[in-house]
Design a protein around this ligand. Structure first.
Ligand SMILES: O=C(O)[C@H](O)[C@@H](O)[C@H](O)[C@H](O)CO
Ligand SMILES: [Zn+2]
Length: 299
């Protein structure tokens, strides 16, 4: 039996930390703080954080094949240049929805950048419903829309054989699967593979491991749940010392560590005193399973 260790490796006080992504080339963890409009890069060797501030809420970040990054900023897919701190728009979505912004995003195995939108929240999980849509930015910078009527577009990942797309619309309290056509980027045959239990609260970010199992961060649930998408069973629950856990990814040596982001927004002063690491970055070791490297955007 491996012994699981959970530690806060960075007390960043993120208002809403999200989109953890491991960058092997720099031994770093990238993540965003959405309302703070910041993209951060934590060097796991020097323990230093660098950040780039953009001009609108930044909800996800991803690696880019030719170097640099891409990010979803406001309702724009952007190219992010770390050196000159610039974010250049590649495409804009939801032009008719002034109160919308992007939320979680991730690159598919063919290099398309998938991300969904939501109405801006007035408080965590309080928002005008059915305003969001799911999109992807193709390597040639054109955008395709998959569906609308989304409440809070959140976690996404692909099966190891690239034939299934996993997706979370948070307020459905469900982890869904679609058949996936990697050649065309088309999705079909939506079904639920797991319904959250009440105490698990709101499904948020997610990632797949090298065994093809899913890990879902549960907002307000203070946990990451480990799911078998084939049987629909929960295999394990990892409890964290913070309640607003938002997303997770694998990283570190051979992708053997898990990194978890979380939020401070929406917590009252008493909760903040009890959870001083809220908004930090957590590292979990001893899971006995590895992750897979993130796919870079191919455009
Ligand atoms: O990061 C996100 O996905 C949303 O932007 C956050 O606001 C919360 O996680 C959400 O409220 C919980 O469902
Ligand atoms: Zn999220």
């Amino acid at each position: 039996m491996s012994s699981i260790k959970i530690e806060c490796v960075l007390r960043e006080n993120c208002r809403c930390g999200e989109s953890p992504v491991w960058e092997e080339a720099s031994n770093s963890l990238l993540f965003v703080d959405i309302p703070a409009k910041k993209v951060c890069r934590w060097d796991s060797l020097s323990k230093r954080v660098q950040q780039v501030t953009v001009d609108a809420p930044v909800s996800s970040v991803a690696l880019r094949q030719g170097g640099g990054y891409v990010a979803t900023v406001g309702t724009k897919f952007c190219a992010l240049n770390w050196e000159d701190q610039s974010a250049v728009a590649l495409a804009t979505v939801d032009k008719d929805k002034k109160n919308n912004r992007f939320n979680d995003g991730k690159v598919d195995p063919a290099g398309r950048y998938f991300a969904g939108t939501m109405a801006e929240e007035t408080a965590p999980a309080v928002l005008e419903r059915h305003q969001g849509s799911l999109y992807s930015l193709f390597p040639d910078h054109h955008v395709e829309k998959y569906f609308d009527q989304v409440d809070i577009s959140n976690g996404l990942d692909w099966s190891l054989d690239h034939k299934i797309f996993y997706y979370i619309d948070s307020l459905s309290y469900s982890v869904d699967a679609f058949d996936y056509d990697l050649q065309t980027g088309k999705i079909s045959n939506r079904r639920s593979i797991y319904k959250l239990e009440k105490e698990e609260q709101i499904p948020d970010g997610m990632c797949i491991d090298a065994d093809g199992k899913l890990w879902v961060a549960c907002y307000n649930g203070g946990r990451v749940i480990h799911l078998d998408p084939e049987t629909g069973k929960r295999l394990q629950t990892l409890k964290l010392p913070v309640v607003k856990t938002t997303s997770c990814c694998f990283g570190g040596k051979d992708y053997s560590e898990m990194y978890v982001t979380c939020a401070r927004d929406g917590m009252d002063p008493k909760d903040l005193l009890q959870q001083p690491e809220a908004g930090g970055i957590f590292k979990i070791t001893g899971l006995g399973v590895k992750g897979i490297p993130p796919y870079p955007y191919a455009g």
